[in-house]
Design a binder for this molecule. Structure first.
Ligand SMILES: C[S@@+](CC[C@H](N)C(=O)[O-])C[C@H]1O[C@@H](n2cnc3c(N)ncnc32)[C@H](O)[C@@H]1O
Length: 354
């Protein structure tokens, strides 16, 4: 049984402060990311989920420095992850509980850790360089492109893959609920990471089998996850490079959060390989956020900036997706936006291979 307190009004909750204070708090955001990630890495949510504990108990359990952990916990209380009940005793809040391993629909622990780890954190720290040069800062910050960095740092790569799975879990449930997958017999998830979305689609399509396709190091990490989910019989795991080829014979190809990683030229190469692998009349499902066409704030603009810093990618409008699909031999037939998403609203763009 998860035991949590109400999330109290916190440091970052909307408050009536002066513009200068608001600005200072925005700048402090860099510290908040690391606070959340450190609470996540130490597994503090799991240790607090049953009952409140003192910082001394938590320091002993985690091997952390007692003074460091006490300061971390007070900072975590300031940003709303825990509440300090009495001097030095801490209880988990509903926000902090999202970091627990058994949080539903998925734990956000790996997401918190991944975004504060070098592969994401260091390129973000070079935002200025990216904006000035017009080139991603990943190679500058990490010495290599992001996917090669994760291959060379497999533990961090596995955390990132699980982080994507955590984000995909709620999307997977919604996509399965809103998209009629039951008409397909072979569903190929291209760049499918640990198969979270594919698992949701297979649940909605009991007669179908799935093909999970990703880079070799990602598929190696996915294998035990798929087996543990009891899906080894229904999901074929194939490793490769989607710039070379993708598995043939699917009647539905799925690309979630893949195209936004790439520029238009690379997107056309990926789509051309999907087209080559599929029969005329088969379907392609893109799961992406859509960039708004009207001015105004949107979480998509934050992701769009990340895609500029990290990779040569971009978020796209519905029309931009449509143009790429048509250039690759697909006809866009439907666009659904069923989800408000954790990160941003997700849209389903369904296209038919001509
Ligand atoms: C942003 S992640 C999206 C993962 C998954 N579709 C999801 O939404 O959870 C992009 C995926 O593309 C995979 N990928 C990158 N380059 C690839 C390539 N050349 N061939 C196959 N997969 C690749 C990555 O390993 C990663 O799993």
């Amino acid at each position: 049984m998860t035991r949590t307190a109400e999330t109290p009004p916190t440091f970052f909750a909307p408050v009536d402060t002066s513009p200068a204070v608001q600005l200072v708090r925005l700048v402090q955001g860099y510290e908040v990311t690391q606070i959340v990630a450190t609470v996540a890495r130490l597994g503090l949510a799991d240790r607090l989920v049953e009952q409140p504990k003192s910082s001394a108990e938590l320091a002993e359990a985690t091997g952390a420095d007692p003074e460091g952990l006490a300061r971390l916990l007070r900072a975590a209380a300031t940003v709303g992850l825990v509440t300090e009940l009495e001097a030095d005793h801490f209880e988990l809040t509903p926000v902090g509980a999202c970091l627990a391993a058994d949080a539903q629909p998925a734990s956000l622990r790996d997401f918190a850790v991944a975004l504060a780890s070098p592969g994401q954190w260091l390129p973000c720290g070079r935002l200025f360089d990216a904006v000035m040069s017009g080139h991603p800062s990943t190679a500058l910050a990490l010495g290599t492109e992001i996917w090669d960095y994760y291959r060379n740092n497999p533990e961090e790569g596995a955390v990132f893959a699980r982080a994507m799975g955590g984000l995909s879990a709620s999307v997977s449930t919604e996509v399965a609920a809103h998209y009629n997958a039951a008409r397909f017999t072979r569903i190929v998830d291209v760049g499918g990471s640990q198969g979270t979305l594919l698992a949701g689609l297979l649940k909605a399509a009991p007669q179908a089998t799935g093909v999970l396709f990703d880079r070799p190091e990602v598929i190696a990490e996915a294998r035990p996850v798929i087996t543990a989910r009891g899906l080894a019989e229904r999901m074929e795991l194939v490793s490769g490079d989607f710039f070379t080829e993708v598995p043939a014979g699917g009647d539905l190809y799925v690309l979630k959060s893949v195209l936004h990683d790439w520029n238009d030229t690379d997107v056309l190469r990926i789509l051309a390989n999907c087209h080559r692998a599929a029969q005329p009349g088969s379907m392609l499902l893109l799961v992406e956020g859509l960039k708004p066409t009207e001015p105004g704030p949107s979480p998509i603009h934050l992701i769009n900036l990340l895609m500029f810093i990290q990779v040569k990618g971009r978020e796209r409008t519905r029309e931009e997706h449509q143009a790429l699909l048509e250039a690759a031999g697909y006809r866009l037939e439907r666009v659904l936006t069923p989800s408000t998403g954790l990160y941003h609203p997700w849209s389903l763009l369904e296209a038919r291979r001509i």
